[in-house]
Design a binder for this molecule. Sequence first.
Ligand code: GDP
Length: 527
Amino acid sequence: MTNQKEIEKRRTFGIIAHPDAGKTTLTEKLLLFGGAIQTAGAVKSNKIKKTATSDFMEIEKQRGISVATSVMAFDYRGKHINILDTPGHKDFAEDTYRTLTAVDSVILVIDNASGVESQTEKLMEVCRMRNTPVIVFINKMDRYGKDAFDVLDEIEQKLGIGVRPLAWPIGMGDDFKGVYNMYKHELSLFDANKTNISEELVKFNDLSDPALDEIIGEKAARELREEVELVDGVYDPFNQEDYLSGKIAPVFFGSAVNNFGVRELLEAFVEISPSPRGRDTDAGFVEPNDPKFSGFVFKIHANLDPNHRDRIAFLRIVSGKFERNTFYKHIRNNKKMKFANPTSFMAQEKSIVDEAYPGDVIGLYDSSNFKIGDTLTEGKDFNFVGIPSFSPEFFQELRNDDPMKSKQLEKGIRQLMDEGVAQMFIQEPGSRKIVGTVGQLQFEVILYRLLHEYGAKCSFTPMNYHKACWITSDKPEEIEKFMRAKVGSIAKDKDENYVFLAETSFLLEMAERDYPEITFHKTSEFK
Ligand code: GDP
């Protein structure tokens, strides 16, 4: 088969949601439809339930689960679908943001009762930065929740994206009768059913058909007719281009746990979602049908077994064809590498792959050659760009409690930074090590891993910073002036870029006002 056919077959996406909205449940139902798993309960939630930071083993266990569920592939209607898992816990949000650089579209799950929640907003910000196409699934319709129009308004207002319902719910909670698919003119009747995947479908080309009253009752039929008319009046007809450019999100309703509305979602997904897209590099855009292989690492996972220190680097293939035991160039290290055991993930099974195509994600066993953001190509020299490193919000000074283990500590810290667990800034005088993270939980993970994987005993002293912003300016004298004025609040990141450690949001705003020639960046790209 030619590359082009393989590319067109592939759909690589992520499911994003605020914790508890139903991401794990929906993932499982999609895998059931795809025949990748046989029973419900097979997909383990990767959520970190405990925020009690002392439970290291729980964190470790969860990390183990998250590697097992990092990529889940299945086939459906001639398409090869890759679901990339995204941790829902906010302390692991950076991991999720970076995973979003490796998908071509997302399904956003919203809990019908909670509406748009804080994590939903953050995740959508990342999608908007990249114009990622989004399909919305409003879940838990079997419970009483918000009015459908209100949820849609909330999405438009809080998430800054237009919506277009393609299905409409009939009632909710105990009165939930089903969903009318406005796109296919089909009515699906709800039957709470957790295991079976059949749904009763009735074709209705015209909602004024009196049979509708007989099936769902006069009141519900009247309401459905009114609401569908309103929807058609308020929202523009669905336009696939607007979806693909990330402007409009089509919306579906259902109940994942009851397997309801999931099939419609999946069918619409395979019909409208994009096939693998190209990516930007520092030498121009690379299209998926470029015959030369290229890909980038967006996630690195350490082996949980301390006797096997190798890691798995997750590589998204952008162009060409990846082949096992073939030499490719690791651009940053300027080194040729080949892989004897590249791994693919089919639901719960891992297996060795001989070849993989754009859109696919493979796991490469690695003994610390890779960093997040690394590019692998078939020879040409370029680097993929756009894998963000976010401005951390929690800061602690790292102290070495065992001077005999300084080397191990250096090595451990470097590797954890390569994995993207946290960022480190060095502050002079004294080369203070300031570790910045996006969540408090990371500090516990770092201490635990430094001790158990590298034998380095350390401790943290909290620091009161609000944000670390990278500073740049076209006028070097402005940077110098700023650094003189803020000498105690300047540090360097691992690539020797200057960052301003602002103690409060007020001080950051003041700095932005007083130094208009300086840009204060909230994200930096991994280099
Ligand atoms: P995640 O945190 O987004 O992965 O959420 P889960 O898939 O683990 O779901 C959170 C909880 O919501 C679980 O107890 C699910 O059984 C429940 N749940 C998921 N979908 C539905 C649904 O459609 N209706 C109801 N009533 N509960 C649901």
